[in-house]
Design a protein around this ligand. Structure first.
Ligand code: ADP
Length: 490
């Protein structure tokens, strides 16, 4: 049966005002899974009005009470984990075990941010005058707009929604057009948890409706995760309107393997970081920077491991690698594999579509890649790993740092000096030692340097920075005109 998804505005499930809709396709079967509203700027207008009205009351609900609603969200998600994971696998293709991990991140984040309802620390500091008191508090911003991708259709939105909500903001969420069904199922959890009407609004549709959200003057913050191309557009148009923007964009993450590494451990980690979620994680490994002495041994072991991976429909038991999300993603992978071949890299494994229906591509390994090739520099977002051989730790770090992105990196070494130098010198927002580039935990800041973002971070308490503003308060209980007032200080 094809699911009929609706928008969720002011606590009601409604169609788009235009009545238009689009299909959500199961990438493993190419069948239509759901219809969803193809919304436009009128729907955004309705959502902004609902959010504005709801914000007036939500900001006054004590933060511990807001946090308790998030605890309920966590509990309901725990009960719904299987059902939500199954919808996710059908809608965007990741295998069921990974979909469960995606939902689990939202559960973890809901508990963590629920706790912020009783923390959300401000601070006091000594002040210069006698009989005066100073403090700084976090305040909600108002209506926030969230634009999210399909690769973590529950986890990534949760990183944005949960801190927004506990801080007292009202939210308008525009999920990816690839995952409207999963999005609606996630929003139902908040409805059931007792979130007041209008505090969280869902508007589905393509990029243009995201653009309308960015453009709306009533939306003060935009938090975006997606491609660098789109993120840059969002940043530029939001800047013209003076909005605060948090961006999480592309990556070209690398694992470094040194001669002294535990190679068995490294090969295992590289395989899952490169081919897990079909290479479509923001933190997926797409470059292996290996010290020359062990390069051929590692390539051989990786090719042997890739051959054992079971590619197929992620809902089936034992399947390890699902399809790419859509035809466009498949075309992009094919294009880059052709580019790699033309550039002179050697296909050590894979390099072709998998047979049958669905957007499947073989896990692919490129050897003999040089650092200036396009496959070594550009984001492919598919199951393609490029191996670059280097002579030293210094060279490895230089190769890691020379791409435009800086999300995640990793080094495998048994040498503590090399590990600490890497921690210091790898120019990424996340660094792993003896672990793949994926697997971030929600209690630490998540985000990238340079072309990956704009300096903001998600997760951890730093997530609150995107969705709050500071208010500094001075209380003068001296009963006198004090020097600071006479000085005309700022
Ligand atoms: P992907 O390649 O993952 O689809 P995008 O960056 O295009 O990456 O999409 C990420 C999110 O941004 C999606 O929800 C998408 O609909 C939205 N989006 C696309 N174009 C725009 C735009 N011009 N303005 C705002 N949001 C957009």
């Amino acid at each position: 049966m094809v699911e009929q998804v609706k928008n969720y505005i002011a606590g009601r499930w409604v169609d788009s005002q235009s009545g238009e809709r689009f299909n959500s396709i199961n990438p493993a079967t190419e069948e239509v899974l759901a219809f969803a509203p193809d919304s436009n700027s009128q729907d955004i207008e309705a959502a902004v009005q609902a959010a504005k009205a709801a914000f007036k009351e939500w900001r006054l609900v004590p933060a511990p009470r807001r946090g308790e609603i998030l605890y309920r969200v966590a509990q309901i998600l725990e009960q719904r984990k299987e059902a939500l994971s199954s919808v996710m696998t059908q809608e965007m293709g990741k295998v069921l075990t990974e979909a469960r991990g995606d939902v689990q991140e939202a559960i973890d984040m809901a508990y963590f941010m629920g706790g912020e309802g009783r923390r959300m620390h401000g601070y006091t500091a000594p002040v210069e005058m006698p009989n005066k008191f100073g403090m700084a508090l976090r305040e909600p911003v108002g209506v926030v707009g969230l634009i999210t991708p399909w690769n973590f259709p529950v986890a990534v939105p949760s990183w944005k929604m949960l801190p927004s909500l506990v801080a007292g903001n009202a939210v308008i969420w525009k999920p990816s057009e690839e995952t409207p069904y999963t999005a609606a199922e996630f929003v139902k959890v908040f409805e059931e948890a007792g979130l007041p009407a209008g505090v969280l609004n869902l508007v589905t549709g393509a990029g243009a409706v995201g653009g309308a959200l960015v453009q709306h003057p009533g939306v003060r913050v935009i938090s975006f995760t997606g491609s660098t191309e789109t993120g840059t557009k969002v940043y530029t148009s939001a800047a013209a309107l003076g909005k605060k923007v948090a961006l999480e964009m592309g990556g070209k993450n690398a694992i470094i393997v040194m001669d002294d590494a535990n190679l068995e451990l490294a090969v295992q980690a590289i395989t899952w970081s490169a081919y897990g979620t079909t290479g479509q994680r923001c933190t997926a490994t797409s470059r292996l920077i290996v010290q020359r002495g062990v390069a051929s041994q590692v390539i051989e072991a990786l090719a042997a491991k890739a051959e054992t991976l079971k590619v197929g429909y992620g809902i089936e038991n034992g399947v390890e690698v699902g399809p790419l999300v859509n035809q466009k993603a498949l075309d992009k992978v094919e294009k880059y594999v052709a580019i790699g071949r033309d550039e002179g890299a050697r296909v050590a494994f894979g390099g072709a579509r998998a047979e049958g229906r669905g957007y499947f591509y073989q896990p692919t390994l490129f050897a003999d890649v040089s650092r200036d090739m396009r496959i070594a520099r550009e984001e492919i977002f598919g199951p393609v790993l490029s191996v670059i051989a280097v002579d030293s730790l210094e060279a490895a770090i230089e190769v890691n740092n020379e791409v435009i992105y800086g999300l995640s990196s990793s080094i495998f070494t048994e040498n503590v000096n090399a590990a600490f130098r890497a921690i210091r010198d790898l120019s990424t927002g996340i660094v792993y030692i003896n672990h793949g580039t994926t697997g971030a935990e929600i209690q630490f800041p998540f985000g990238g340097t340079r072309g990956t973002g704009n300096g903001m971070r998600e997760a951890g308490q730093t997530a609150l920075d995107s969705f709050t503003e500071w208010k500094s308060i001075y209380v003068d209980y001296s009963g006198q005109l004090q020097r600071a007032q006479i000085d005309n200080r700022e």
